[in-house]
Design a protein around this ligand. Structure first.
Ligand code: ATP
Ligand code: MG
Length: 564
């Protein structure tokens, strides 16, 4: 089954966000302009959920001739790093999007945010609070519990200005004071119960160095950054719905450009973690080889695994934009990956679990070249030559000694077709002392070179092979899901997330590959005949010594294996 073609025609019905954008353009809101942004926090590598947000924000801008900004939301110095900034830029570009000149950092607005905080203090809309974090949360109350005013709520403007300046100057320790917006301690929306605007953190920042020891909160930064950049549609995920009244309150209190915040449901995929925090724990715990481990749902991991960018884009487009949190089947993503690779990946013959075949009627010391189509889906991909000789390797699973009737591969006394070569018949099985099959003694029919017998006799099965003399040894990495439970990360009480990792998520094999694969370059993708799609690992391969990652199996859908 192939992935549906991505359609270039305009869809009949727009999703609700594109509809809002279309209506705003029609009514000339914001002068008919559309400016979106993708605002990652550089505290980890981007994952499949971010891909969805990137495709949505950059996609909408592209469709309507607007612009999309890339903005690093770098307000939390403790967890942020330039390594993450660079990986994020690489990932956005690889996905096929371009921010042009519109690269921004929230940290570039720290001076402006400070001045705006001073303005709110002067307007009596913000105050310095001495309560500790624990006290603040106690005073805040709860859903059915009234909030209680901070004892500092009615400080004079002068005192607030003085204390805020001294917070900035570094006179206080972490947590000793905070700046809070003065909104409503009894609002039914907890976010409006005098939210924090600044916290004291004596921390080095990856861009502003040691200039600041107070850092703005997410809520105090985000809308103002949107406003400064002239964002028209600030698209975020549903968990920010309750923050929208605060977003609106800040821009209204400052009297600045008011972007529209619109929320949509996060992308969740079965067997897949979409939380940077948990992915970081996998990396730091050494459970994977890094953020770009091919089992990771990060964009860099998926790229290294061999997922094509167009497959990710198509997947994101076709999972739609909704207001309801749901779960998308990993099988759908794999379907798009297969659909894309089927058109572009050249075929190759690789034996992952080799069993030796000796063709007794093939002349010793001789060999010949067979021709194989590189890609039956693409005539321009051409043909290649593969050596064939007296000794071959076939997949162990393609032979069965006591085969049931429906087994159409190789068994004693029956014939099978060798792909791009001849009919082969097995006459004898050689075993070692332990009874394991080590070799098959066979004969071939030289008259069946075209894949057909001149006398019209038929064979039912076709198997692949490589010439033992010419095959090259290569490491092949077979990946499976990192988490076998559908809802990855949904850990029962008392259990650790790391204990739920699939112990069979990586299996390393020494395979016999056809000689042409030695020339394969990092990142090249192939369909190993009858096995799956594989790509040349970009990190661990060296010239002439490719390491192959299994991108996806040939069969559709992931079905968890029953426990053994
Ligand atoms: P995480 O929970 O993994 O840390 P995050 O939302 O905190 O993710 P950000 O760097 O703040 O990560 O995200 C940047 C943008 O990507 C935000 O606009 C966020 O809403 C969006 N985003 C993050 N995860 C998803 C997801 N699963 N589906 C859709 N959009 C997402
Ligand atoms: Mg976040």
């Amino acid at each position: 089954m192939n992935a549906p073609e991505s359609d270039n025609t305009e869809p009949e019905r727009l999703d609700f966000i594109r509809q809002i954008v279309a209506d705003d353009i029609a009514s000339k809101k914001n002068g008919g302009k559309v400016v979106t942004r993708f605002p990652p926090e550089p505290n980890g590598y981007l994952h499949i959920g971010h891909a969805k947000s990137i495709c949505l924000n950059f996609g909408i801008a592209k469709e309507v001739g607007g612009t999309c900004h890339l903005r690093f939301d770098d307000t939390n110095p403790e967890k942020e790093d330039t390594e993450y900034v660079e990986s994020i830029m690489e990932d956005v570009r690889w996905l096929g999007f371009d921010w042009g000149d519109n690269l921004f950092y929230a940290s570039d607005y720290f001076d402006q945010l400070y001045d705006w905080a001073v303005k709110l203090i002067k307007d009596g809309k913000a105050y310095v609070c001495d309560l500790s974090a624990d006290e603040v949360s106690e005073y805040r109350g709860g859903w059915n519990k009234e909030g209680k005013d901070s004892p500092n709520r009615d400080r004079s403007v002068e005192e607030n200005l003085d204390l805020f300046a001294r917070m900035k100057a570094g006179e206080f320790k972490d947590g000793e004071k905070s700046l809070r917006a003065k909104i409503d301690m009894n609002s039914s929306n907890m976010n409006l119960r005098d939210p924090a605007m600044y916290r004291i953190r004596h921390q080095h920042h990856h861009r502003t160095g040691d200039k600041w020891c107070i850092y703005p909160t997410y809520d105090w930064t985000h809308g103002q950054s949107d406003s400064l950049e002239g964002i028209t549609h600030s698209i975020c995920t549903l968990e920010f719905e309750n923050h929208r009244p605060l977003y609106d309150w800040y821009v209204e209190a400052l009297g600045i450009h008011h972007p529209q915040q619109i929320e949509f449901a996060r992308l969740n995929v079965t067997h897949t973690l979409t939380s940077k925090r948990k992915l970081l724990a996998l990396v730091e715990g050494g459970h994977v080889s890094g953020w770009d481990d091919p089992r990771m749902p990060t964009i860099s991991g998926m790229r290294r695994r061999g997922y094509p960018a167009d497959a990710l884009r198509d997947f994101c487009a076709h999972t739609g934009v909704t207001k309801f949190n749901g779960m998308t089947d990993l099988a759908l993503l794999e379907l798009y990956v297969r659909g894309s690779l089927n058109k572009t990946a050249n075929r190759a013959m690789v034996i992952i679990d080799p069993l030796k075949v000796v063709i007794e009627n093939y002349p010793e010391g001789e060999s010949e070249m067979r021709q194989a189509k590189n890609n039956p889906e693409d005539d321009e991909a051409g043909i290649r030559e593969m050596p064939f000789g007296r000794e071959l390797y076939i997949e162990r699973a393609d032979f069965m000694e006591d085969a049931p009737k429906k087994f159409f591969r190789l068994t004693v006394g029956k014939e099978v077709r060798l792909k791009n070569a001849f009919f082969l018949k097995c006459n004898e099985v050689i075993k070692d002392d332990s009874g394991e099959i080590v070799e098959l003694r066979c004969t071939y029919d030289p008259e069946t070179s075209g894949g057909k017998a001149p006398d019209g006799r038929k064979v039912k099965g076709t198997i692949h092979w490589v010439s033992a003399e010419h095959a090259v040894d290569a490491e092949v990495r077979l990946y499976d899901v990192l988490f076998e439970q559908e809802k990855a990360g949904d850990v029962p009480d008392g259990e650790d997330l790391m204990d739920t990792i699939n112990p069979k998520s990586l299996e390393v094999k020494q395979a016999k590959v056809e000689p042409s694969l030695v020339k394969a370059q990092a990142g090249d993708s192939f369909q190993f005949e009858r096995t799956g799609y594989f790509c040349v690992d970009a990190k661990d391969s060296s010239p002439g010594k490719p390491v192959f990652n299994r991108t996806v199996t040939l069969k559709s859908g992931y079905k968890p294996k029953p426990a053994e």
